[in-house]
Design a binder for this molecule. Structure first.
Ligand SMILES: C[S@@+](CC[C@H](N)C(=O)[O-])C[C@H]1O[C@@H](n2cnc3c(N)ncnc32)[C@H](O)[C@@H]1O
Length: 272
């Protein structure tokens, strides 16, 4: 596998993140490696889309260690993407990201603002007859279903960091239940009857019900293959990395990369 040396402190802004970020990046970099190796030559070009890009380098809050962020993992793929298309809302992170791309002498479309508003520009820029990998890594529920619908108009596999355990969505009953235009409604899309489903599901099956509902919504956009990787935070199973594709090849690649963890241990296919 193509493994990057950890980044140095380059003096630019480095946000602190929780330890589970490292596992997320581990799977992303393995998948990028497998995806670019397997798909190069099969498509006129490969593109990478990262709508919640961050600053490019992160500091793990518990150990202080530095870790490459998702856009710079993609920028340093062994077989480079033909285009990188990034969006970040936070000005400080956006400016650090721009500087880091400049220093790497790497080119990218980097937009600042709400990815749900700027998605049209990105989709317009990606050339037709190409294959994209879109990494969608918001905090909580900020990825709107409408944005995924727009991405489904181009040929793009998706890796979504999804908080399926409702304890990740603190106070969901208080904040979302009686608000018809809540973040959960915008995340799951219109027609997702989550109030009825969650209201009639036992507590210990809520995460599964939410995940199934999300998959069902994405399936309605023409995606046929889904794979999950559980990412825990301090032993709590709060998130899943969800791969969505129209191709069985992508699903096979995912199964290949998720067979072992960073320490070489076998991973059970899907642990709650
Ligand atoms: C989990 S972090 C991303 C980390 C990055 N993907 C990585 O793995 O290195 C989420 C990022 O999304 C940004 N963000 C939050 N809401 C956003 C929005 N609506 N549009 C674009 N970026 C947003 C935050 O500022 C933050 O940097």
């Amino acid at each position: 596998m193509h493994q990057l040396d950890p980044p140095d402190d380059d003096g630019l802004y480095i946000p602190s993140v929780k330890e589970h970020s490292k596992a997320k990046h581990w799977f992303l970099s393995r998948y990028i490696d497998a995806f670019t190796t397997s798909m190069k030559g099969k498509w006129s070009s490969l593109h990478y889309i990262d709508l919640f890009a961050g600053a490019g380098i992160e500091r793990l809050s518990e150990t202080g260690a530095l870790d490459w962020g998702s856009p710079l993992i993609a920028a340093q793929a062994r077989y480079p993407f033909a285009g990188l298309h990034l969006c970040e809302k936070n000005r400080r992170k956006y400016e650090a990201l721009i500087q880091r791309f400049h220093r790497l002498d790497s080119d990218a479309q980097v937009l600042r603002g709400d990815a749900n508003k700027r998605i049209d520009e990105i989709v317009r820029t990606v050339p037709s007859r190409t294959l994209s990998l879109a990494f969608l890594d918001p905090y909580g529920l900020h990825l709107e279903f409408e944005t995924i619908t727009k991405l489904s108009g181009i040929r793009a596999d998706l890796i979504i960091f999804f908080p399926d355990h409702l304890d990740a969505l603190r106070n969901w009953e208080k904040h979302y239940l009686r608000n018809p235009d809540s973040n959960l409604d915008r995340c799951l899309g219109s027609g997702a009857d989550w109030r009825q489903i969650l209201g009639s599901t036992p507590q210990d099956h809520l995460a599964e019900a939410l995940r199934n509902l999300y998959v069902q919504q994405i399936r309605s956009l023409g995606y046929t293959e889904f794979r999950f990787q559980r990412i825990s935070s301090k032993g709590h199973p709060l998130y899943v990395l969800l791969l969505c594709s129209r191709s069985r090849i992508a699903a096979k690649l995912w199964s290949g990369i998720s067979a072992k963890d960073r320490n070489g241990q076998r991973i059970l296919p899907f642990g709650e």
